[in-house]
Design a protein around this ligand. Structure first.
Ligand SMILES: Nc1ncnc2c1ncn2[C@@H]1O[C@H](COP(=O)(O)OP(=O)(O)O)[C@@H](O)[C@H]1O
Ligand SMILES: [Mg+2]
Length: 491
């Protein structure tokens, strides 16, 4: 996945010469991020499975290693650390943005003695069933107790693993219907469906097995890098919000919230998105608090996290936690609204550099003043009791799919046209995929977004530009999708 936004990354003196290990360069979709990290001033070293690594001239050293057998992660981490010590030497921190390698990266990071997340936590976040279990159980295995889960049970929903068609019936009996059936380890929202009957659930489980065969070359999207299992999860009704937050040794550095538009059942896929959140302050705070508490319940206290929360009539509920910078357009939206680059932040934190506490010349430590940040206005610095949203603009975006917006993408809104409009400043063309995949319910090809001084103005601008370039769909109008944000649908 690449991004269409050009980013003028500012050099940060504290990073220059820092040696960062970028783990999991297994696919070209994250190459633009590696490029950015190099431009930030880091010395970048990379570990990955790709034999032909295009970025090899950008990195100081590339360690090619086949880590595909997930049953041997402890062994892989031992070998990688040995090779890093022999071939690279000391590094200052490790970073991983490639989901299937996040647990391995956690092991490598710990073995190198660098701060990060635990392997147990990374595994729990990978599995959508284990994430829920971490909120409800105080047993972390190996006789260890989780004291962090007190108070977070309220954010959990019932969710059980399905390994075979025979499991579907047992899970339906435990959860009831309708329910959400989705892959256990997948990403990008592919294969998520609201099922209303046992037959529909069995059919969808079988359909996902077919998708696994059809998409063998992209097994990470459906989670098959780990296992082909699915989960059945209680259907959580409410408004959806992503909270992207940074923690530094347990301290909250910042948190950014966006609102997601309505789902269009039965196939649940992303529609529209806006930032900053339009939630009233008390609800915003409850969503941020839930995200922080859920991270801590999984033992996460250092790094950047992307937490998906559904705000229901009975309060916030967790959908999932990604222990990395949020995907698709989130990083770009945060960059536009708050001038904070979460990749930059993640690198600082990985190298144990506190991006939050500054020490003015001859002065004392002042937490919360981001004066030494390379960012111009990172206002949303929150403490547990204080939420201060300080966006400089409103962003509104629509996820564009090759299967849903097929006609426009081939005629009036081709990538070349979108690129031109982006260069003219008419819209943001945030590209997520190199290829246009027309299979039903594929992940979005891109996000088209606009920026304005208020949500209302961004809404009007978005509708206008989408009408002009024919980016419309037959099922629901863009007006209807965007008005969801304003008409009290946000619980
Ligand atoms: N239990 C649920 N109830 C309602 N909607 C859900 C539920 N689980 C997932 N979804 C919807 O599907 C989307 C993708 O699911 P998620 O678990 O985040 O998978 P992925 O890792 O593919 O992003 C969510 O953003 C949400 O809109
Ligand atoms: Mg998700």
């Amino acid at each position: 996945m690449e991004s269409g936004l050009s980013r003028d990354t500012q050099l940060d003196a504290r990073m220059r010469g820092k040696r960062i290990l970028f783990i999991g360069v297994n696919d070209d979709s994250k190459d633009f991020i590696l490029d950015m990290i190099v431009r930030l001033g880091f010395e970048v070293y990379a570990v990955g499975t790709r034999p032909q690594y295009q970025m090899v001239n950008k990195v100081q050293k590339y360690v090619e290693y086949d880590s595909n057998d997930k049953s041997k992660e402890a062994h892989h981490s031992e070998v990688i650390v040995k090779r890093v010590n022999e071939e690279i030497g000391d590094v200052d921190g490790c970073i991983c943005l490639w989901d299937p390698e996040i647990p391995l990266a956690a092991l490598v990071t710990a073995r190198l003695g660098k701060p990060g997340i635990s392997y147990t936590g990374a595994l729990a976040a990978m599995s959508k069933a284990q994430t829920m279990e971490a909120l409800t159980s105080s047993d972390l295995g190996n006789g260890r107790r989780n004291s962090n889960n007190v108070g977070v049970v309220k954010y959990a929903s019932r969710c059980f693993t399905i390994e075979s068609a025979a499991d579907v019936k047992k899970c339906v009996e435990k959860i009831g219907l309708p329910a959400i059936l989705k892959t256990e380890f997948g990403a990008g929202g592919m294969g998520v469906k609201l099922v209303h009957s046992l037959q529909e659930a069995v059919d969808h489980f079988n359909h996902i097995q077919v998708l696994h065969d059809e998409h063998k070359d992209r097994s990470y999207i459906l989670g098959a890098t780990y296992k082909r299992s699915c989960v059945l999860m209680e259907y959580v009704e409410g408004s959806e919000h992503c909270v992207d937050l940074a923690l530094f040794h347990g301290e909250v550095v910042c948190a950014f919230v966006c609102d997601k538009g309505p789902q269009i059942p039965p196939d649940v896929f992303r529609t529209v998105i806006t930032m900053p959140s339009l939630l009233p302050k008390d609800k915003l705070k409850s969503v941020i608090t839930a995200a922080i508490d859920c991270c801590k319940a999984l033992g996460f206290d250092h790094g950047v996290f992307d937490v998906e929360i559904m705000l229901t009539k009975s309060g916030p509920k967790l959908i999932e936690i990604n222990p990395r910078v949020g995907g698709f357009c989130l990083r770009d939206f945060i960059l536009q609204c708050y001038n904070v680059d979460l990749v930059h932040l993640a690198c600082l934190i990985a190298c144990d550099i506190n991006p939050h506490v500054s020490v003015p010349e001859g002065g004392e430590k002042s937490a919360g003043v981001p004066s030494q940040l390379p960012f111009r206005h990172a206002e949303i610095v929150i403490s547990e009791s204080d939420v201060k949203p300080g966006p400089s603009c409103s962003m509104v975006g629509m996820y564009i799919y090759a299967w849903r917006h097929r006609k426009a993408l081939k005629t009036t809104a081709t990538p070349e046209i979108l690129e031109r409009l982006h260069d003219n400043g008419d819209l943001f063309f945030i590209r997520h995929e190199f290829q246009m995949r027309e299979y039903d319910h594929e992940i979005p090809f891109c996000t088209v977004a606009v920026k304005a001084e208020s949500f209302g103005k961004a809404r009007d601008k978005m509708i206008d530009i989408c009408q002009r370039i024919g980016l419309e769909t037959d099922d629901v109008s863009l007006e209807e999708l965007l008005d969801y944000f304003m008409c009290g649908h946000l619980v």
